[in-house]
Ligand binder design. Structure first.
Ligand code: B12
Ligand code: SF4
Length: 428
């Protein structure tokens, strides 16, 4: 059979727009289908958008996040329903909705069910995938299936674990991948790394160092090989392990992405993040000592956040010398605890999924108006990613950070222009 898998385009420019990093789900599923003898093509719309009127396939598989669901459903409408299968995070959270546009929806991890679903052996409209117990059993994802993708020119994802034992109130991860942390062996990851012929890598695990023993072993093996520069996501607590930091530095870690979430202690507690501001400051210092840069991620708009919280976040980022800054506005994604709370309190004022991208306020915050939250975050972003800051970094010969600030400057400008066009902003 000919199978086309599609990752719909992001709705708007976001902090990552220039990365063109594909989701791994379609690549894993495409690889499994190819190994089962099917002809597979993957289209990531941010990389290459096919002419749908000429696209012929037996099955169209669409992968949707909440922010890409609207676009995904638009694509689905172009094909006969009996050919369309939908999966991904959003479809897993709202399968009945996705089923309006498809013959079948897969909830959760789809590797073990994708072949029988595509081949018509499993026929249930909503199919529950199974959490893969032994992640070493998965094939290495074949990126050559993605039309137009050039891994050597972009950040390529690699996944070494799934699931998260924490339960932050705004996060969709545990709803889709569960709370049990599962991880690949260091040997399996090394074998995949040996086959990769690509540029910088991004370990897209939600918490790369969650299993310390595996992390130590993997990092030791990585430092013996010449792994190109890489980044990963960690929690602040990783910084308490001095040996781990040494190993990360030796193994060539360039950047860590850390979900700091808030500089407001009350908000941090209400998000149930399980970390303190002191933990954040210490983590930044420790990583910087090892010359590892920090991409700091914050979520603004919690019940105890006001305009000052946004400016305090900016001040914190500048004072602590966070290298790149991501300020998302709180987004009550379906399936999360805050979604249920805000929905019952009738505080969500739009269900236009394209706006659920962490860049648009779609609910009534407690301490400020939606418009004030939106505009203050945009202004604070514009201050961090200003031309002036980029120039100062350039003069100080921090060339890489200067380039990132300049890229950020361009993305923030584009985002602010897009926001001006938005009707709801004018109305609130
Ligand atoms: C890497 C990553 C990114 C990358 C690349 C993303 C991209 N191309 O969209 C970057 C950094 C650019 C990014 C950006 C964003 N991200 Co992001 N990202 C991730 C991360 C960490 C890993 C994704 C991944 O590869 N997972 C591993 C693979 C195996 O999982 P998968 O792709 O979901 O596929 C499995 C199933 O879903 C299913 N499946 C998937 N597709 C299909 C298709 C079919 C047909 C079928 C049957 C099944 C199926 O089977 C797959 C195999 O088991 C996830 C967290 C996570 N653990 O997944 C967050 C995550 C997806 N991101 C999230 C968010 C919110 C964002 C942003 C809005 C940023 C922000 N402000 O927070 C933007 C939006 C980007 C966009 N496209 O619009 C949320 C999504 C929540 C939601 N309800 O949609 C997640 C879940 C994180 C979270 N904490 O909640 N992200
Ligand atoms: S935000 Fe990070 S730590 Fe919290 S539940 Fe989600 S993946 Fe786990």
């Amino acid at each position: 059979m000919k199978i086309v898998l599609i990752e719909p385009a992001a709705s708007e420019a976001n902090v990552y727009s220039k990365l063109h990093m594909p989701l791994l789900g379609p690549v894993y599923l495409g690889t499994i289908l190819k190994n089962a003898g099917h002809q597979v093509e993957i289209y990531n719309e941010d990389i290459y958008r096919p002419d749908y009127s000429k696209l012929n396939a037996d099955i169209i598989g669409i992968s949707v996040l909440t922010s890409t669901a609207k676009r995904g459903y638009d694509i689905a409408r172009r094909f006969p329903k009996e050919k369309v299968i939908i999966g991904g995070v959003h479809a897993s959270l709202l399968p009945e909705e996705a089923l309006e546009f498809s013959r079948q929806v897969v909830v959760g991890e789809a590797e073990e069910v994708i072949v029988p679903v595509v081949e018509g052996i499993i026929t249930d409209p909503i199919v529950h995938g199974k959490a893969i117990k032994n992640l070493d059993s998965l094939p290495y994802p074949d990126f050559s299936l993605i039309k137009g993708y050039k891994p050597s020119f972009s950040l390529t994802p690699i996944s070494t674990s799934r699931g998260c034992p924490f339960d932050c109130t705004f996060c969709s991860v545990t709803k889709v991948f569960g709370k049990e942390f599962r991880f690949r062996s260091a040997e399996s990851v090394m074998q995949e790394l040996a086959l990769r012929n690509s540029g910088p890598l991004f370990f897209c695990d939600d918490n790369f160092t969650a299993n310390r023993q595996r992390a130590h072993k993997l990092l030791k093996l990585m430092s013996q090989k010449r792994i190109p520069s890489w980044s990963c996501q960690v929690r602040c607590d990783a910084a308490r392990d001095e040996e781990l930091l040494d190993l990360m530095s030796k193994a060539g870690c360039d950047v860590v992405c850390i979900g700091f979430e808030s500089v407001n202690a009350k908000t941090l507690r209400s998000y149930k993040k399980g970390q303190t501001i002191d933990d954040m400051v210490k983590a930044i210092e420790s990583f910087h000592k090892k010359k590892i840069k920090i991409h700091g991620m914050f979520v603004l708009g919690g019940e105890d956040d006001d305009e000052m919280t946004v400016w305090d976040t900016l001040k914190f980022a500048i004072k602590q010398k966070i290298d790149t800054l991501q300020m998302s506005v709180l987004t009550p994604f379906p399936g999360t605890r805050i979604h249920d709370d805000y929905k019952s309190q009738k505080r969500i004022f739009t269900y236009d999924w394209a706006l659920y991208d962490g860049q648009h306020v779609i609910f009534e915050p407690k301490m400020l108006s939606p418009k004030d939250l939106q505009l203050t975050v945009a202004k604070a972003y514009a201050k961090f990613y200003s031309l002036r800051n980029s120039f100062v970094l350039f003069l100080k010969m921090h060339f890489r950070n200067a380039v990132f600030r300049f890229m950020g400057y361009k993305i923030v400008r584009q985002w602010i222009q897009q926001n001006h066009k938005m009707q709801w902003l004018a109305q609130t």
